[in-house]
Design a protein around this ligand. Structure first.
Ligand code: SAM
Ligand code: SF4
Length: 506
């Protein structure tokens, strides 16, 4: 069955769940590479690593953890690949375009590597993330300048794998090891955390057991695993201590979280959020990405009870048509989805929602597509991401009859995006003259300006000193330009929770 045999997924799942020994890492050795000088710390200063992330927040988080784990090995981060000794591309396999981007980037990196070699300097090239997991050895065949291929579940082994590369080997490690990578990864230094800003991601859950028919995640990221509560709390405390004010808990199916609590029982995401809300210094909480089937009572209660939990939920639905939802194996219908939204709004009237949509899934008719457009109207989203269906090798949908022609997908995507843009503009327009708490994150483009985020993730620009970066301050929105909101600081914080005024007719 294509490139992701289900039995291998089930084996990974068994190993990771039971903690049974999985044997040594599957490190494959290829022909020796030409040995060139690799600078060592203490010889010519720190080595430099450039990490480029593609795709989702999970990859951004993983890239940070790779940098943290390489720091004690003498690697300092650099923003440019030109002066790097090690270039890591942390890749995404979710759509064909995302995966192909990696190969064009590897073309650029190969040119850099060749130029460095002419100067007697070696650049080590690593491919990490989901393309590494899915394509493994194929990457070395298509891009021989790559020295190391490492999957999302084994990047904690980077120091050892790099040592092998330095000995002249080309290495592939796409194993799903039994050891917990989070136990081995190094924590970020205070300086690294500060440099990354006041808002941080924390992975609480990885992998997916849902098997939507279009999606590669269950194969590339493996089975659903939740981190224990105590370890997550310790990580959040460490971040708060270094000045982080907002934490977004992340996972491919974050609301299916069921990590071990301090009492030994599995905790839900709602309970975890309640615990993290108590961490001193954390003023805001978010979580992403959620599945509609896992919107359960404790999560709704958390939205009702926790003022620091932002009233914004990214709840992907993919399609508004029941027929297509069945074909996608989403395990919920349109009515279930609307019910989850209604339950959330019942708990907190100021909740706003965003979603992901796929257009042109195999068999999608114009009528199915119109059901998606009508769902958009029914929910009244604050924003959404939309994608053309991309057939992924090895997934059931790629084998389905009735693949939708490319031009139909393009036309539907255009219509959907226009409808989403109208919704987003209407949502932003309703923010005018209202006051929100804004978390200021960075300097603005113009001198004297700083930029922050509203509870609904809208970018808000104000004129204020940069010392306010890291503060949560009340702001009244005075102007709206495309997707940026401009405002003025208020003297007092916002206390009352007010719902966003309903759209006329919506
Ligand atoms: N777990 C999340 C969920 O169930 O909604 C989403 C995870 S996925 C990393 C992010 C988004 O990519 C999905 O919500 C979906 O819209 C999109 N996506 C996934 N596979 C796709 C495919 N084969 N073609 C187009 N879009 C895809
Ligand atoms: Fe992919 Fe999300 Fe479906 Fe899991 S629930 S298979 S991550 S789209």
């Amino acid at each position: 069955m294509g490139i992701y045999p289900r039995h291998s997924f089930l084996r990974q799942k068994r190993l990771r769940r039971t903690g049974r020994a999985g044997g040594p890492a599957q490190v494959q050795i290829h022909q020796p590479l030409q040995r060139l000088k690799v600078s060592k710390p203490g010889m010519s200063g720190a080595r430099k690593v450039h990490i480029k992330s593609f795709g989702c927040q999970m990859n951004v988080y993983d890239s940070h953890r790779m940098a943290d784990t390489l720091a004690p090995e003498g690697f300092a981060e650099t923003a440019t690949p030109e002066d790097a000794d090690l270039v890591i591309l942390n890749t995404c396999h979710i759509r064909e375009k995302a995966a192909e981007k990696v190969y064009s980037e590897l073309g650029r990196v190969r040119a850099l590597k060749q130029a460095a070699a002419r100067d007697g300097r070696r650049i080590v090239v690593a491919v990490a993330g989901c393309v590494a997991q899915a394509e493994g050895r194929e990457i070395l065949r298509r891009a021989p300048s790559v020295d190391l291929v490492v999957g999302p579940q084994s990047y904690h082994r980077l120091p050892a794998l790099l040592a092998r590369v330095e000995r002249g080997e080309a290495v592939i490690d796409t194993e799903f090891p039994v050891e917990d990578k989070f136990d081995i990864l190094k924590a970020p230094s205070r300086e690294a955390t500060r440099a990354r800003g006041v808002s941080a991601f924390v992975t609480v859950q990885e992998g997916c057991d849902k098997f939507c028919t279009f999606c590669v995640v269950p194969y590339t990221r493996g089975a659903e695993v939740s981190r224990p509560v105590a370890k997550i709390v310790a990580e959040v405390e460490h971040l708060a201590d270094a000045g982080v004010r907002e934490v977004t808990l992340i996972g491919q199916n974050v609301n299916a979280y069921h990590g071990e609590g301090p009492d030994g029982s599995p905790w839900t995401l709602g309970r975890l959020l309640e615990r993290i809300a108590d961490v001193r210094g954390i003023g805001r909480l978010r979580y992403t990405t959620s599945h509609p089937c896992d919107v359960e009572a404790s999560l709704i209660a958390a939205h009702r009870d926790l003022p620091s939990l932002m009233p914004h939920l990214h709840l992907p639905v993919q399609s508004g048509s029941d027929r297509i939802l069945v074909a996608m194996n989403r395990r919920h219908g349109r009515a279930d989805y609307l019910d989850a939204i209604a339950r959330m709004r019942g708990a907190r009237a100021d909740m706003a929602f965003s979603s992901d949509f796929i257009v042109g899934f195999p068999g999608e008719s114009e009528q199915d597509f119109r059901a998606t457009l009508s769902l958009l109207d029914e929910v009244g989203y604050a924003g959404a991401f939309s994608f053309k269906y991309s057939a992924r090798p090895g997934t059931p949908a790629a084998e389905m009859a009735d693949q939708v022609p490319e031009e139909v997908k393009s036309e539907r995507l255009q219509r959907l995006q226009a409808a989403i843009d109208r919704r987003q503009a209407a949502f932003n327009a309703r923010s005018l003259h209202r006051s929100f708490d804004i978390l200021f994150e960075k300097a603005g483009r113009r001198p004297g300006q700083i930029v922050g985020r509203s509870p609904y993730l809208q970018a808000v620009v104000v004129t204020a000193p940069s010392t306010a970066i890291g503060d949560i301050r009340s702001v009244t929105i005075t102007e709206i330009r495309t997707n940026s909101l401009f405002g003025a600081l208020n003297a007092t914080p916002v206390r009352a929770r007010e719902p966003m005024p309903a759209e006329a007719g919506g």
